[in-house]
Design a protein around this ligand. Structure first.
Ligand code: PLP
Length: 480
């Protein structure tokens, strides 16, 4: 494809994307296909000869789209939002066009410097303390874009592990490192995302999963008692992962309490995973949810969830960048450059070497919407969630199962878990609406999240009508 054809096909692609997004509500939300469906529609080998572009696009519509779950559909209410917006798509397109691989400052200075600057912008807007900002006088911290929240948790745990092992080795110089490793204990709540468990598996450390309170919030006393008990057993607490806005029910761990208790265990790394909720802290009225952040060593939120930025764009800030990078530095000669001491090399801040120009899309989003536009978007979703909550509360057959602080409402039919499983299953099978369940406090709940960027009050009412129709049908069947 030459640039003349790229211009033509590029315009067509923009047209295709616009049509797709504008007519989404004519499609089923979820596909009705069985595993392996695509294998029967596509050849078993790549074409030997070039194929016609129009034919490829026809196959997109006829073969690929029938297997797509439409996350931007106005009736998609599962998981959390998948960030998407035109400025972000265009920013990503430009990044792809530039096609640089910014693993070090020298590999593409703008790629590194823009990332540092936009992470400072966003960190300030969220209300992170100054020590998390790279360009603040005297700060030792800074921000970086990772692929996912899971990676943020993993790299902070790796850094905490390296710090803890260094300390232990200094105290016990003749003890083998493998033995010291076997003593390390990480902590999180039962409501933490499963990525904490995965990180502990990769780091080869023990993880103690603690019971939260009745509001699904992990409390300071629980952490304190667990750590004290473990220390008495000869174990070494080294890392705590807290969550602001849990995946199941958007609950908030009690960060001020936990932070205070951790003062009694110097050297323990406190991480805050706010993958979804963290974006909302750009609104002044929601900043109280961030209370306790002054105790944290690191904080992550996914702009690619709730800040109109396409995947991938998971933002991580650390209090002390040397503590992060010292766990990850490997410095072969072919990657060294003349400014290694003076500039940031993001390859030391994460697992991969190669890095996309991801800050461009975030920069386009922050500039095109402004913080005020993004606040409006967040508040709009919260308003929609509140509207949904009111509808649920009006129908006495249902109950609300979480404190609706942001865009997620958890609800269920008053009745057994089985009944609620059936309800969700018939709704999802219909393809009219998509939600997912969670287990909170060992109860099966249905999660309804405000997701589509421009969702309206009518969309929420319509979704509720669908839920009520299926509930009526199910309850009637159950009576006979
Ligand atoms: N942490 C929390 C609180 C989440 O809600 C999620 C996903 O929803 C994750 C971590 C995992 O995010 P990612 O897919 O970016 O790894």
């Amino acid at each position: 494809m030459d640039s003349t054809e790229f211009r033509k096909r590029g315009m067509e692609m923009v047209e295709y994307i616009c049509n797709y997004l504008e007519t989404l509500n004519e499609r089923r939300v979820t596909p009705s296909v069985e595993p392996g469906y695509l294998r029967h529609l596509l050849p078993t080998e790549a074409p030997q000869e070039p194929e016609d572009w129009d034919q490829i696009m026809r196959d997109v519509e006829d073969k690929i789209m029938p297997g797509v779950t439409h996350w931007q559909h106005p009736r998609f209410h599962a998981y959390f939002p998948a960030g998407n917006s035109f400025p972000s798509i265009l920013g990503d397109m430009l990044g792809d066009g530039i096609g640089c691989i910014g693993f070090s400052w020298a590999a593409s200075p703008a790629c590194t410097e823009l990332e540092t600057i936009v992470l400072d912008w966003l960190g300030k807007a969220i209300g992170l303390p100054d020590h998390f900002l790279a360009l603040k006088e005297g700060s030792t911290g800074g921000g970086v874009i990772q692929t996912s929240a899971s990676e943020c948790v993993l790299v902070t745990m790796l850094a905490a592990r390296a710090q803890a092992l260094k300390r232990l080795k200094a105290q016990h110089p003749f003890v083998e490192e493998g033995h010291l490793l076997s003593k390390l204990m990480a902590y999180c709540s039962k409501e933490a995302h499963s990525c904490v468990e995965k990180a502990a598996m990769i780091c080869f450390v023990k993880l103690r999963i603690l019971e939260p309170d009745d509001d699904a919030s992990l409390r300071g006393q629980t952490i304190y008692e667990a750590m004290e008990e473990d220390e008495l057993q000869g174990l070494v607490p080294f890392f705590v992962s807290t969550t602001l806005g849990t995946t199941g029910s958007c609950a908030f761990d009690n960060l001020p309490e936990i932070g205070k208790q951790l003062q009694r265990f110097p050297g323990v790394w406190l991480h805050v995973d706010a993958a979804y909720a963290g974006n909302s802290f750009i609104c002044p009225e929601l900043k109280p949810l961030l209370k306790g952040i002054e105790y944290a060593d690191s904080f992550n939120t996914n702009a690619n969830k709730w800040l109109l930025t396409n995947f991938d764009c998971s933002t991580l800030w650390v209090r002390d960048r040397i503590r992060l990078t010292s766990a990850l530095v490997v410095d072969p000669l072919y990657l060294k450059h003349g400014y290694s001491d003076a500039a940031i090399d993001y390859r030391h801040w994460g697992v991969p070497l190669s890095r996309r120009f991801r800050s461009l899309k975030l920069w386009f989003v922050l500039r095109s919407y402004g913080i005020s536009g993004l606040q409006h978007y967040i508040r709009h979703h919260i308003k929609l969630a509140k509207r949904f909550e009111e509808l649920v509360l009006k129908d006495k057959r249902f109950e609300i199962c979480n404190q609706v602080k942001l865009g997620l409402v958890c609800f269920r039919l008053k009745g057994s878990d089985k009944l609620n499983e059936k309800l969700l299953s018939i709704i999802n099978e219909s393809g009219k609406l998509h939600m997912v369940p969670a287990s909170v406090g060992d109860r099966y709940i249905i999660r309804f999240c405000a997701v589509a960027q421009n969702a309206t009050a009518e969309d929420i009412d319509y979704a509720w009508d669908i839920i009520v129709d299926f509930a009526n049908e199910l309850l009637e069947k159950e009576q006979h």
